[in-house]
Ligand binder design. Structure first.
Ligand SMILES: [Zn+2]
Length: 71
């Protein structure tokens, strides 16, 4: 399965027109695989343009930072 990070670094496109008022307007559901696509990242848009593609494998974006324990 393909991960988003397999596609390389994010390709941030330039938006035509005004920024949408709502953050959710940046996303759409892929008509092929149903996955949510962030239109600000051309990697995701191009990936989901390929006919017959599979949804991208989810990957952890949050990194857990371990703090030293107090004694
Ligand atoms: Zn898709």
């Amino acid at each position: 399965m393909t991960k988003l990070s397999d596609l390389g670094p994010p390709i941030i496109g330039k938006r035509h027109g005004a920024e949408p008022a709502d953050e959710r307007d940046h996303f759409y559901n892929c008509p092929n695989c149903g996955q949510l696509v962030d239109q600000r990242d051309a990697r995701q848009v191009f990936y989901h343009e390929v006919p017959g593609h599979k949804p991208l494998e989810p990957e952890a974006v949050a990194k857990v930072i371990e703090f030293p324990r107090r004694k």
